[in-house]
Design a protein around this ligand. Structure first.
Ligand SMILES: Nc1ncnc2c1ncn2[C@@H]1O[C@H](COP(=O)(O)OP(=O)(O)O)[C@@H](O)[C@H]1O
Ligand SMILES: [Mg+2]
Length: 380
């Protein structure tokens, strides 16, 4: 029997989420009880790629060709991120068991059982394998959707492994373009892990500040903090049926795109709120949706552990603390895992699950008929 080399437990995880800001990558050693991150890197999307993926979120002309070109370009961004990780960790491609590459979600329509449901993460994994000389695992969500699940969120298993506690209920919240929570009951209770997408995270915030100030995001939520929440607009936003829908559920930019907000603002006619007030309202919306979900679905939680780029938005974090009295609002930084590494780490772990032919989904989260091996392997 051949013994696998010690290096075979090294994986790379690449995540590019709905914020469309770029790729977050980690090179991680999964051989021990706790993952050891050997390198982390962020490779930003060039603005044309960001725009190309943004356009692909909605129906338009010549989509097949435009999607293929964007996927080719994404493979280039991913390969650059991998090269940076290898350099930082002083590692060779041959020492990496596989790359778990999420791809860029361009459509997410799970939960439709009339033949029109699907989820699509654009990328070119074969090209990435060529460019890196490393096996690539891709298309993590489709199998869960095929099994009747939401295909999302896929991170709760990793959230549970990293942040679960024996004696208290904890909630981990990832604030990416969309926000999602993992509810981790005390492990001693034997209750299952659950979780779902709460609603918009940074996506609408980024769109709004880009449109009005030309900036990619609202650093620390400073612009939001300069505005005043428009209570009427907030109430209007919260009438969106998604917020009250029961889990399992997941969402994306298909729903929470600039047109969603424009439709609400259009009802105000020529009495438009100042742009900074809209930013404040959207940031409070992000926090309110999360806080309501914690209160409704994890009433016994005393700790909310936030990750994703939204953890860097001081305004959103302060709103969460205000809306959740009695709950300690912390970040994964406080638990030794930098906020931008958590999701990438999850895709490294999911890649290992696939390579081992082990399930990656949590059916109590996604609603799938059962545990499934997620992903497709493009060998080295
Ligand atoms: N310093 C910061 N202040 C406010 N928001 C930030 C900051 N850094 C990152 N973000 C937000 O986080 C987003 C990226 O988060 P990320 O976790 O990568 O999301 P996704 O997985 O959707 O790509 C950015 O688009 C921005 O909205
Ligand atoms: Mg990102």
């Amino acid at each position: 029997m051949s013994v696998p080399p010690a290096s075979s437990e090294r994986f790379i995880g690449l995540m590019s989420g709905t914020s469309m800001d770029g790729a977050d990558g980690v090179l991680v050693d999964l051989s021990g009880a706790h993952p050891v991150v050997l390198a982390a890197a962020h490779t930003p999307f060039p603005q044309p790629l960001r725009e190309a993926f943004g356009a692909l979120q909605q129906p338009g002309d010549d989509e097949i060709h435009r999607e293929a070109l964007a996927a080719n370009a994404l493979a280039g961004v991913y390969a650059e991120c991998v090269a940076t990780l290898l350099r930082l960790a002083d590692a060779r491609p041959a020492s990496i068991a596989a790359i778990g590459a999420h791809g860029q979600t361009i459509r997410h329509r799970p939960g439709l059982y009339d033949g029109t449901g699907y989820t699509r993460q654009s990328q070119h994994p074969a090209l990435l394998a060529e460019l890196t000389g490393i096996a690539v695992v891709a298309d993590f969500r489709s199998r869960d959707v095929a099994a009747g699940g939401q295909g999302a969120p896929l991170v709760p298993a990793v959230h549970a492994a990293l942040f679960g506690a024996p004696d208290e209920t904890r909630v981990v919240c990832n604030i990416g373009g969309i926000s999602n929570i993992s509810i981790l009951p005390a492990t001693a209770s034997g209750r299952p892990v659950t979780g779902f997408d709460c609603g918009p995270g940074n996506a609408l915030l980024d769109d709004w500040i880009h449109r009005h100030r030309g900036l990619p995001y609202d650093d620390n939520g400073a612009w939001a903090a300069s505005g005043t929440v428009d209570a009427a607009l907030l109430a209007q936003c919260l009438t969106e049926p998604y917020f009250g829908a029961p889990p399992p559920k997941s969402t994306g930019r298909d729903l929470f795109h600039p047109g969603w907000l424009q439709t609400l603002l259009a009802t105000r006619g020529n009495r438009q709120p100042p742009a900074a007030d809209v930013q404040a309202t959207l940031a409070t919306l992000t926090a309110t949706a999360i806080a309501r979900d914690v209160q409704t679905h994890a009433a016994d939680a005393r700790r909310l552990i936030v990750c994703g780029g939204g953890a860097r938005n001081g305004y959103v974090m302060a709103e969460l603390a205000r809306l959740l009295p009695g709950v300690a609002v912390e970040t994964t930084d406080d638990f030794g895992v930098p906020v931008l590494e958590v999701e990438a780490l999850a895709f490294a772990w999911l890649a290992r699950q696939c390579v081992r032919r082990a399930p990656g989904n949590v059916p109590t989260v996604t609603g799938a008929a059962g545990p499934r091996v997620l992903g497709a392997i493009y060998p080295r």
